[in-house]
Design a protein around this ligand. Structure first.
Ligand SMILES: Cc1cc2nc3c(=O)[nH]c(=O)nc-3n(C[C@H](O)[C@H](O)[C@H](O)COP(=O)(O)OP(=O)(O)OC[C@H]3O[C@@H](n4cnc5c(N)ncnc54)[C@H](O)[C@@H]3O)c2cc1C
Length: 292
């Protein structure tokens, strides 16, 4: 289908210009365009009918990956391809590179951005789930000049729904410096390798000097409720040595508790099996990275 008529197009070069372009529109009239990998499909199908587009491609200050004293900041317009190939992002941030390396196909990874993915927050998206598992924060700037920072748990509200207000631009996603012996991982499974998954699992763990797990975050993609934590697995991983028996029990408990659904891609039982098998594999990799 052809898109509905779009009245205005702006291509700002700075964050200030982007927010100024947004403030010239009525609330809800304009949308930002990042990689366009979700927005353009939604505009063509008329699911989105913006009056104005504010294209962020030329805003250099929204791009790039900064590591300072272990703390990580990724600009909202940083592409999957740049995250996937950044050799500094192993260990505690391994879930981010795992997710970015396997999003869609090469074209999607070369255009799609971390900011677009978390702001779209599609039900089965990989990056929101990896950001949730690793405890990222969303840093937002508003047309009023106000800024705020929200934990992923408070930002990702449900499928295609976030806490971002219409007058806000996502500036970056950031993480505090991780504790020693922290590792994370993400994996997805789908009917088609180069597309959104049926189920995705992200895990982050921290071990103390004796090998005891002192921090565990588990997140799932592909449930009807969108990216969400898996407390049933987190509780069992905490305090454990990250051994195979505990990991098995943790993901069996999560699979039993998860609100899975049936659709054309997979039935509810199959989704439960995927949570168990992928969860085992991902948690093992997260513990291996924590020990490395
Ligand atoms: C063929 C194909 C396969 C795919 N496979 C996968 C997959 O395997 N895994 C997966 O997770 N995803 C997959 N996707 C979705 C992909 O990840 C999209 O790129 C992503 O959802 C959107 O990122 P974008 O940069 O393209 O954002 P856009 O599509 O440009 O924007 C998406 C939304 O976010 C808003 N937005 C963007 N940036 C900002 C900002 N800085 N501040 C405020 N709002 C903003 C826009 O206004 C828009 O509403 C696939 C897409 C395609 C086309």
């Amino acid at each position: 289908m052809f898109p509905a008529r779009i009245e205005h197009y702006a291509r700002p070069r700075t964050v200030a210009e982007a927010l100024a372009a947004l403030s010239r529109c009525e609330p809800g009239e304009a949308i930002f365009l990042a990689g366009g990998q979700s927005a353009m499909q939604a505009i063509k199908s008329r699911m989105l009918r913006p009056q104005a587009l504010v294209d962020l491609q030329a805003v250099a200050e929204l791009k790039g990956i900064t590591l300072t004293g272990g703390a990580l900041t990724i600009g909202a317009m940083t592409r999957y391809a740049d995250i996937a190939r950044d050799a500094r992002l192993g260990g505690a941030f391994g879930a981010l590179t795992d997710a970015a390396s396997h999003v869609g196909d090469r074209q999607v990874r070369n255009r799609g951005t971390i900011g677009g993915s978390v702001c779209w927050n599609y039900v089965a998206a990989c990056t929101p789930t990896a950001v949730l598992a690793t405890g990222g924060r969303m840093n937002l700037g508003a047309t009023s000049g106000a800024t705020r920072s929200l934990a992923a748990d408070d930002f990702l509200l449900g499928p295609l729904e976030t806490a971002r207000q219409d007058d806000e631009l996502l500036l970056s996603v950031s993480w505090d410096a991780p504790a020693a012996r922290t590792g994370s991982a993400y994996a997805k499974w789908g009917l088609v390798t180069d597309a959104l998954p049926v189920i995705g699992v992200g895990v982050s763990v921290t071990q103390d000097a004796s090998g005891k797990c002192v921090q565990a975050r588990v997140a799932l993609a592909g449930l009807a409720g969108g990216a969400q934590r898996g407390p049933a697995a987190e509780v069992l991983l905490m305090g454990s040595a990250g051994d195979a028996a505990t990991i098995d029990a943790a993901f069996a408990a999560l699979a039993a508790e998860a609100d899975t659904h049936s659709d054309l891609s997979a039935d509810a039982d199959y989704r439960r099996q995927l949570i168990q098998s992928l969860g085992r594999e991902v948690a093992q990799r997260a513990f291996d990275r924590a020990r490395a």
